[in-house]
Design a protein around this ligand. Structure first.
Ligand SMILES: C[S@@+](CC[C@H](N)C(=O)[O-])C[C@H]1O[C@@H](n2cnc3c(N)ncnc32)[C@H](O)[C@@H]1O
Length: 243
């Protein structure tokens, strides 16, 4: 049996998805509030940047993977208009329900589907753009997920991966202090769950660097990949073109 990482722990591959599900089942109800608090609202700017780079047109077909509470799906839906499609997906029912309810409250009805990024239930070439924000880090077989994202894109289509990344060296100490001392405490106070936020900090450290992820995307079939560092690499947006 093969092993993988769940944060800093080594676990059997068969256990990771279940452990990740436990994290998001636990935080779903407080997810949006925690995002605002722990990023001091910056996650909104990172997502707005991804939406600007996506440069969607009316009628485009978009798949949002690991879409959770629906921030990107909502912004994309406004861009593609009534003639376009945005499919809002996630592997976790609790997260997807939070997102769907929020979108419905805002009058947006999007196709919403529970699905695993490693086995996408869509035909080849079905989408102009695929996005995954802060989701890839949690996947067990990232290469497989990236290959699936490539498969469902049309030729010339783009993949946007927005994810925590490797921060610039001068910021490392302060970032580690914030991640390992402040985040778990904030998680305990706000979401009643320190462990899930310790997992967040650890999983960021275990995630491939900007250059490593770029190489993985190229290996998955993206002929061209651009990397945009945001806030000194706290987050990076990787844009891959299927060509
Ligand atoms: C940190 S949340 C991100 C939610 C949203 N995209 C955002 O940016 O706010 C990560 C999401 O990845 C989802 N996820 C984890 N593994 C997945 C997989 N294999 N396939 C699809 N979604 C997955 C989780 O259920 C969770 O909702």
């Amino acid at each position: 049996m093969s092993e993988t990482h769940f944060g800093f722990q080594k676990v059997d591959e068969s256990q990771k998805a279940q452990r990740v599900r436990g994290v998001f089942d636990s935080v779903a109800a407080r997810y949006d509030l925690m995002n605002d608090l722990m990023s001091l609202g910056l996650h909104r700017a990172w997502k707005a940047y991804a939406v600007a780079v996506a440069n969607l047109r009316e009628g485009d077909r978009v798949l949002d993977i690991a879409g959770g509470t629906g921030d990107l799906a909502r912004a994309f839906a406004k861009k593609v208009g009534a003639s376009g499609t945005v499919v809002h997906t996630d592997i976790n029912e609790a997260m997807l329900r939070q997102g769907r309810d929020r979108l419905l409250d805002e009058g947006l009805v999007l196709p919403t589907t529970i699905c695993d990024a490693e086995r996408l239930p869509f035909p080849a070439g079905a989408f102009d753009l695929v996005s995954v924000a802060f989701g890839l880090r949690n996947m067990t077989h990232k290469e497989l997920a990236l290959a699936e994202m490539n498969r469902v894109l049309r030729e010339g289509g783009r993949l946007l991966v927005l994810e925590f990344s490797k921060v610039a060296p001068p910021l490392e100490k302060a970032y580690d202090w914030y991640s390992f001392k402040v985040l778990p405490r904030l998680g305990r106070w706000v979401a009643g769950d320190a462990e899930s936020y310790r997992y967040l900090a650890e999983s960021i450290r275990m995630h491939p660097s900007q250059a490593e992820l770029k190489a993985m995307m190229k290996a998955a079939g993206f002929g061209h990949v651009d990397v945009h560092n945001l806030n000194a690499g706290v987050v990076a947006l990787h844009v891959g073109i299927k060509c």
